[in-house]
Design a protein around this ligand. Sequence first.
Ligand code: SF4
Length: 391
Amino acid sequence: MKQAPDRLTSLLDECKSLAFDLNFSYAKQWKAKSKYRLLVGYLPIYVPREIIHAANGMAVGILGVGDRKQIIKGDAYYQSYICHLPRGIIEMALDSNLDNFDGFLFPSICDCVRNLSGMFKLAKRGKFTRYFDYPQNFQKNIGGTFYRELLETIINDMFKLNDMKITTKHLNDSIALYNHNRELIETIYNIRQEYPWRLSAVDVYHVIRAGMVINVEKHNEMLEEIVDLISEDFGEPMDNIRVVISGSFCEQPPIGMIKSIEMAGCYIVDDDFMLGSRWIQGNIKDSSSDPLNELVDSFLTQSAPSSAIYDVADPKGARLVKQVKMRNADGVIFCAASFCDPALLDRPSLQKSCDDAGIAHINFQFHENTGQFKVIKEQAGTFSDSIKLWV
Ligand code: SF4
């Protein structure tokens, strides 16, 4: 059997260490090179990073602490019956992890994150803090107008800090860079659909997560190299089923859990672990005289299915079924963070869509610092065996 190229192994190691650097050293070093550079932290799931890039900034994804930091102060800020992610992030803010950040964006994903934005304000973290309120009306003249005003407010927040005016060219160039980034990520998923043994789901996770804490130019270079390397033939297929993972879009799953699912005999051929980087489906026009308008339109018409989106015109259940068929998957694993209202409230209707389409599914919950995976491995292994035997 041909082994994975050494260069791929070293790139994956680099991605892993970037992805879990809770001090964001790369981003802070990048900022230190010019007083006009900005660091803007954002929480899951999605913000249009293009506007930050065009304003000479770096958008830095803050995805929680996983099992890499002990939470002491964070527990004092939140009640026990919510998910884990906000506690870790407030702990980071109260320690020095987020020092040197200029601003923070808190997408309107749930009440926990809404409250976290208020805590950052009270604790005086960053020079600006914005609650990033996604429009839930998808008419251009209503939700679109609201969204454009929000983007203009954030652009103005950044302008006040570095005096850098975003030109049409700047924004078009930034859109082109992120289009390329999304294309490369989708190429990786498409290669894995055919040859999932060439890159594990854990590796893919590290590769995409690394892109949330480095500049897009560097990430694109790494992705281009990875695409080239995994286009070569190596490794050997296993007798695994193919699954889509749904529901883990915000608090991040422990790496051990992803590994356990794979070791139990499941190739994860699609997932929503890092949905923010894959949020816009397809390209955004990058040669417009009004690129901000293109970003607004892309949110209204090209957003990925998510519990953060009111989807009456384009139901998530039907989109999940389509995704399963497109990836030629054998089943769905619903796996959401404990106490995650948006994901858990959506789950019954998604399960019904799978039932109606004859798609097998199982479900479980996690929190970011779960340490025991035996039960999850047994459950995923039984799912895999039952599909192999009876479907
Ligand atoms: S995991 Fe769910 S409950 Fe927790 S912050 Fe994200 S959306 Fe909110």
